[in-house]
Design a protein. Structure first.
Length: 640
């Protein structure tokens, strides 16, 4: 009965931030004022406009997220509804209202907090250390620089300060959670009396009229689905890439222009002793920390060989102290600037003066230098070839997609013109139906539900014309035409007569079992009698003790104000009567589950309070919808 209700948590999983957090939630001030045309404004928050262009961008990004989540099963048309579009606009307005509140309250995020969030991000470490190159590469894939991402992240963290204050203040009365858990744990002692359908089958007398009547009323049960065979052609980036010719000269030029990408920069391995002092700590506290660091520096300089021992005993960096202060190898851009500058000024074995950063005071010892290197062209030639083909295919796709779309439509009697013009291979499907075949991989082009829907249209079936160009995946189009079609048919009565007979017997026997069960139930309600009932079972909402869903449902809904209580229901085997003889709480409640349930109640209340708070913020920011956002078609037309 309990369902996890997730609250909006701190979005610090790096890839999830890039792929899931709507970028419309964290625009800078420049984006607010980029479009000031009143006709282009769909909403206003805190005196700043939300434009049609911003809405369109948010809409596209939402489609991209859903497409990544659901793959080929995602149909963008199902998402193009007034309700979905209003939800996106509501999200935009809510985020802007939170940003306005953060600005009013002067909520900021320190450089140290921002850095900690990035450094703690899973997936950005290599051998236990932050991988700066991977960080930059992942951002580049999303068209972002570190500066852009860090500005977004800073705003997101500031907004979370607004919402976290409400979430953390949510309070769930223990009595409420305890009562719900008690209901969940309640056990009912139950006995079952089953009237099996199979036991009544011999009593059924079947006539030909009964068989024909069942056949006529249930003819769809004996239908043979319509089927088709079809030809199809696919245009995709991979197909285009396979046709491209990249020369050795092209590869060499790319290598020279992107040599840094194939290079490993110089890395340094250092150890440090940290005496912590926050950036905003009082002057006296900083002075005390610095003095302690300078005392340690004197000891280190006297006995450099004891650096690791002194670090383990005195360093206040929990991540490296146990390792004698060892930070492993790192490159430029991976440490705070003062620390990096001091480290890269040292020679192996040298010890720095006391270095101050936002984290406190450091004493640094440089242990080792790993020189930078560049992979030779021959080693990366295949990688460059694939990348160049991918880039060129992406550039050509839009142009060729238009040719593909127009050709299959304008010369709809055959796929050959499109195949010849674009050098595509005409493939043939096996037998297909209107629904995807579960035994065939969903990424097989002809098994895509959108393509099958287009293939089984009336025009395609009757005229054997090409389907429209259907996008079945990003940068992937398919068109097909039916070459053989068999309509749905009903199998003749004589062919399915034996099957019909079995179904009639089953249906009639089920009626007899139900009638017998209902008669017995009425008698038991008048006079208690345990004869014929099975062994007692303890049933609750967390354990069914072998009862099917229908049985558990009626048992838990039974009126237990007076015991014993009798209830009955049809089930898979026939008709069952249940005798509820006792109701009690579990002898040993599951403490861990109860704690989880209490947290769920707390989360639900926090979610409600957060939504209510957002409404207050919207009113405070005088948020209003100027006009509904344009439809997808209108929006695209406006941009063109």
């Amino acid at each position: 009965m309990f369902e996890y209700i997730r609250t909006h948590q701190r979005l610090m999983q790096f890839l999830l931030f890039l792929l899931i957090v709507p970028s419309f939630a964290i625009f800078g001030l420049g984006d607010y004022t980029r479009f000031r045309d009143d006709a282009n404004v769909v909403a206003q928050v805190a005196g700043q406009p939300i434009t049609q262009q911003e809405f369109d961008k948010a809409y596209r990004e939402q489609l991209d997220r859903l497409r990544q989540a659901y793959g080929q099963q995602f149909d963008s048309k199902a998402f193009d509804t007034p309700e979905a579009r209003k939800q996106i606009l509501d999200n935009l307005i809510a985020q802007r209202a939170m940003m306005a509140e953060a600005s009013r309250d002067r909520l900021t995020v320190s450089d140290a907090a921002l850095q900690r969030s990035i450094l703690e991000t899973p997936g950005l470490t290599s051998e236990g250390k932050f991988d700066g190159e991977r960080y930059k590469s992942l951002l580049a894939l999303q068209g972002m620089t570190p500066a852009m991402f860090e500005a977004r992240l800073r705003q997101e963290m500031a907004m979370q300060q607004v919402s976290s204050a409400i979430i953390s203040s949510a309070f769930a009365p223990k009595a409420v959670a305890t009562r719900l858990s008690d209901i969940n744990d309640q056990e009912r002692e139950v006995q079952q009396l089953l009237f099996k359908t199979a036991d009544y089958a011999p009593q059924v007398k079947v006539t030909d009229d009964m068989l024909k009547d069942y056949y006529n009323k249930n003819s769809k049960q004996f239908a043979v689905l319509e089927t088709a065979r079809a030809e199809y052609v696919v245009l995709s980036n991979d197909v285009i890439a396979s046709q491209l010719n990249v020369t050795d000269d092209d590869i060499a030029k790319y290598y020279e222009a992107n040599k840094k990408r194939f290079s490993v920069e110089e890395q340094r391995r250092a150890s440090h002793i940290l005496i912590s002092a926050k950036k905003d700590a009082p002057a006296a506290e900083k002075a005390s920390a610095k003095a302690k660091a300078e005392q340690l520096l004197v000891q280190v300089r006297k006995s450099p060989a004891d650096f690791a021992k002194l670090a383990k005993a005195n360093s206040q960096d929990p991540g490296s102290a146990e390792k004698g202060g060892d930070l492993g190898f790192f490159g430029k851009g991976m440490m705070v600037k003062p620390f990096e500058e001091a480290t890269f000024a040292l020679k192996p074995g040298e010890i720095s003066d006391v270095v101050q950063s936002d984290f406190g005071f450091h004493i640094i010892q440089l242990n080792e230098i790993k020189a930078g290197s560049t992979k030779p062209l021959d080693e990366v030639k295949g990688e460059i070839l694939a990348e160049l083909k991918k880039q060129q295919a992406a550039k050509k796709y839009s142009e060729l997609a238009e040719v593909f779309t127009n050709t299959v439509y304008e010369q709809a009697d055959s796929l050959k013109p499109a195949a010849d013009k674009l050098k595509l291979k005409i493939e043939t499907t096996p037998v297909v139906t209107r629904v995807p075949n579960p035994t065939v991989a969903p990424n097989v082009p002809y098994n895509n539900p959108k393509f099958l829907k287009a293939l089984f249209t009336e025009d395609s079936i009757k005229s054997k014309r090409n389907t429209e160009a259907v996008e079945i995946a990003p940068n992937t189009l398919i068109s097909g035409r039916i070459v053989e079609y068999k309509p749905a048919t009903i199998r003749p009565f004589d062919e399915v007569k034996d099957d019909v007979r079995q179904r009639v017997i089953q249906a009639e026997a089920s009626k007899l079992a139900k009638k017998a069960g209902e008669d017995k139930l009425a008698a038991l309600k008048a006079k208690d009698d345990t004869a014929g009932f099975g062994a007692t079972k303890k049933v609750s909402r967390t354990k069914n003790e072998g009862l099917d869903g229908a049985g558990v449902n009626v048992v838990l809904k039974a009126d237990v104000s007076k015991l014993p209580s009798y209830v009955g229901t049809e089930d898979l085997q026939g008709y069952s009567i249940y005798r509820v003889g006792k109701v009690a709480q579990a002898a040993k409640p599951d403490a861990a589950r109860r704690q989880t349930e209490q947290q769920q109640v707390l989360n639900a209340l926090a979610q409600q309070e957060t939504l209510a708070y957002l409404e207050v913020l919207k009113q405070k920011a005088k948020a209003k919808i100027i006009k509904p956002p344009a439809t997808k078609t209108e929006g695209e037309g406006a941009k063109e």
